[in-house]
Design a binder for this molecule. Structure first.
Ligand code: NAP
Length: 315
């Protein structure tokens, strides 16, 4: 049983959760951050930036910074103001009454308010090379990494709006973008399709899947396989963007908090309030539009301020 009731428990430790930790710690709310499980690729402490290399678009770092280093800086800043960390994964929650209850396996923690910042994950192809090459020519974010591919031949995998959006954006930098789709028809909206077809730098490779990514410490090409007759061939690219969709990390909250049809946590307009009073959500777990570290951090700040004001009004 929990022996004390905390003001706030923050679940998740990417830019959103750690910014919420900095703000709530500085407001003397003594937050407990349950930061995730180091061995996991979707719940790892620090979130998705732990899987990237150089981050060039986070304001305040004119020379860029490595993703893991940036997240260590966030964490130290929160710790400096007294945030407490538990390096483990939440296994169950009960938000049906206050204080709210959160379990890490058999250990129970209680809090007057909760900030959910469990993030989202990019779907991957399931190839062995992906973990090795992510951040080394393999990316899931054109906005973040497109700049590194000036003048190169690269590939984008997927046939939805994300894939077309990424491919179109990447033509600003790359000489040629091959869009690889497993069927002979795109899932993307008509207007996005027209945009791709009209772009001379985008070439469509229909009815193919990526079955191997070559390279030891950087992408040196890919193997593609025809979904029609199984023919295998190689494509000479130096970059691969996987754009086959994202999944918010909301499994813990099904039946507990309102979700959008897309699976993202639902928050009230212009706030981080969920449908349960005292439970706030921020970052990629509730944002399917922007998905940037800086926007996640911004919404983490919003969640901390919302929680602080809500707690204040309780007294
Ligand atoms: P999505 O619509 O689910 O599309 C995923 C694409 O990846 C599909 O074409 C799918 O192929 C393919 N795919 C899935 N798993 C694959 C695998 N293992 N190997 C190869 N290909 C695979 O995801 P999304 O494009 O990220 O879009 C998500 C939502 O956000 C959609 O509602 C979309 O409209 C919206 N969105 C809108 C915009 C915009 O309007 N500007 C931009 C981005 C996203 P199949 O087609 O064969 O299933």
């Amino acid at each position: 049983m929990a022996d004390n009731i905390r003001n706030v428990i923050i679940i998740g430790s990417g830019p959103a959760g750690l910014t919420a930790a900095i703000y709530t710690a500085r407001a003397n709310l003594e937050p407990l951050v349950i930061e995730g499980e180091p061995s996991s690729t979707s719940d790892q402490p620090g979130g998705q930036l732990m899987l990237t290399t150089e981050v060039e678009n986070f304001p305040g770092f004119p020379d860029g910074i490595m993703g893991p280093e940036l997240m260590m800086n966030f964490r130290s800043q929160a710790a400096r103001f007294g945030a407490e960390f538990l390096t483990d994964k939440v296994t169950r929650v009960d938000f049906s009454q206050r204080p709210f209850r959160v379990w890490v396996r058999d250990d129970e923690y209680q809090a007057h308010s909760i900030i959910v910042s469990t993030g989202a994950r990019s779907l991957m192809l399931g190839l062995e090379a992906e973990s090795r090459l992510l951040g080394h020519g393999l990316s899931t974010c054109a906005t973040c990494d497109g700049f590194f591919f000036r003048g190169q031949n690269i590939a984008v995998v997927g046939g939805g709006d994300s894939a077309i959006e990424e491919a179109t954006f990447l033509t600003k930098f790359a000489d040629k973008v091959t869009l690889i789709h497993r069927r002979d028809e795109l899932r993307a909206s008509k207007i996005m399709q027209d945009r791709a077809f009209a772009n001379p730098k985008i070439e469509l490779l229909w009815n193919h899947t990526v079955t191997e990514i070559h390279g030891t410490d950087k992408v040196e090409g890919i193997q593609v396989t025809s979904t029609i007759d199984g023919t295998v061939s190689d494509l000479a690219v130096t970059g691969v963007f996987v754009a086959i969709g994202h999944r918010p990390n909301t499994d813990l909250f099904r039946g507990v908090l309102d979700l959008e049809d897309s699976g993202y946590l639902s928050t009230q307009p212009d706030s981080t309030y969920t449908n349960v009073e005292g439970v706030f959500a921020c970052g990629d777990v509730q944002d399917h539009t922007y998905r940037q570290a800086i926007t996640a951090a911004g919404s983490g700040c919003m969640a901390a301020i919302d929680a602080e004001r809500w707690l204040e009004a309780l007294h």
